[in-house]
Design a protein around this ligand. Sequence first.
Ligand SMILES: [Zn+2]
Length: 168
Amino acid sequence: MVDLYSMVCRYDAEKNRWNGVKWITHEAVTGTFAYMSTGSVMLTACAMAGAVLPDWIEGDPLAAMDYKTWRGRHRRFSHWPLLYVFLLFLLYTAWPWNGSDFQQFFSWVFIGALCHIAEDSVCGKVPLLTPGSRVGWKLFTVGSFTEYILGVLLVLLIFTAGALLPAM
Ligand SMILES: [Zn+2]
């Protein structure tokens, strides 16, 4: 059973407060991008599942036995883009049924995860070449007003680009 409340609101133990709608920003930006690229509700749903996958793999900081352990793993393997690039590569090389629904669905799950990491990199640091490396810009604080304004602008930008460009 999906716990919607903890999906939408994440607890920031460092600042001792609930982070509002961070996952919503991921879902809105990635969902718009997937829909404008594919025009498919099904593939958009796959991308939206992927959009929360890296944080979901990481688990809930509240449920973790020890916050330091969780923090130490935070944005490591689960947020390593090459992992998802490698999975995409496998999907198109090792998976025997090219063009199958399975291949399409999982491609968009992994693309969604890559979008998540790109989105995280503008409000903190994420790995790049190795799971331990750290790159990113701290353009705004997670859960801040700026995040939502940028989120809405990005959604509008993707929507406009998608509407103006011929079908990709
Ligand atoms: Zn994340």
